[in-house]
Design a protein around this ligand. Structure first.
Ligand code: ZN
Length: 208
C-alpha cells in the first residue's frame, strides 16, 4: 500500500526563533488548506497536515481533506488488487487448474467488492470535506457523525434508485417473478434504511 508521509503543519510561533517577530497578524495567519485553491471556491479551513511531507513538495491540507487523501490511498490499493487477482484468474484458466481458478475467482470478487466500498468512502469523505465550499456544512456535527448520517442517507437513496431501476427494466428482459421478488426485498430494505436514518437524525438532535 502506498502510504503518504504525513507531517503536522507547524504554527508560526513554533517556527520563529524570535518571538518578538510574532505580530498578531502572523499569529492568526496559519497556512490554508490547499484543496480547491486553483478554483473559485478554495477550502476555507486551516491546514493541519502536510501531505507528502518527505517529497520536497509538501502539500498542506485540513483534517477533512487529509482524510480524503488517506482513503484515496486505500482505494488505490484495492484497485491494484482487482487487477492482480484478474491476472491470477487468467493464469489459472490457461493452466486449467480448477482449484486455483476457484481461489482466484473468489479473491477477484472480494477485491472488486472492497474497491467499490473504498470508492464510496472516498465519495463520502469528499462530500464532507467540500461541504463548506458548497455551503452545506453541518456545523454542529463531528466528522464521524456527519459521515454516518451521510452514509445512512446514501443507503436509503441507493435503495430507492435500485427500486426504480429494476422497475424500469422493459418487460421480457427479466423474469417477472424475479422482478417481483427483488422489488419486494428492496421495499422492505428501504423502509428499514429510512427508519434507521430518521432515528439517527433524532439522536443527533435534528428536528423531525
Ligand atoms: Zn481542506
Amino acid at each position: 500500500m502506498t502510504e503518504h508521509a504525513k507531517e503536522r503543519v507547524p504554527r508560526p510561533e513554533e517556527v520563529l526563533d524570535d518571538q518578538a517577530e510574532l505580530t498578531p497578524e502572523l499569529r492568526s495567519a496559519a497556512l490554508r488548506c490547499r484543496a480547491g485553491s486553483s478554483t473559485q471556491a478554495p477550502c476555507p479551513r486551516q491546514a493541519t497536515t502536510f501531505l507528502d511531507a518527505d517529497s520536497g513538495y509538501p502539500y498542506p491540507l485540513c483534517d477533512e481533506h487529509a482524510r480524503v487523501q488517506e482513503l484515496v490511498g486505500k482505494s488505490r490499493y484495492w484497485d491494484t488488487a482487482v487487477v492482480v487477482s484478474e491476472d491470477w484468474l487468467r493464469l489459472a484458466r490457461a493452466w486449467e487448474h480448477h482449484g486455483l481458478e476457484q481461489m482466484a475467482a473468489w479473491a477477484h470478487e472480494k477485491a472488486k467488492a472492497e474497491f467499490l466500498k473504498a470508492e464510496v468512502r472516498v465519495d463520502l469523505a469528499t462530500d464532507i470535506a467540500d461541504a463548506p465550499r458548497k455551503g452545506d456544512e453541518r456545523p454542529n456535527l463531528t466528522r464521524e457523525q456527519d459521515e454516518e448520517l451521510r452514509r445512512l442517507m446514501m443507503r436509503s437513496d441507493a435503495l430507492t434508485n435500485a427500486y426504480t431501476t429494476i422497475e424500469d427494466i422493459p418487460e421480457g428482459q427479466i423474469r417477472e417473478d424475479v422482478r417481483r421478488r427483488m422489488l419486494g426485498v428492496l421495499v422492505g430494505e428501504h423502509e428499514l434504511a429510512e427508519e434507521e436514518a430518521s432515528r439517527y437524525k433524532e439522536e443527533l438532535g435534528f428536528k423531525k
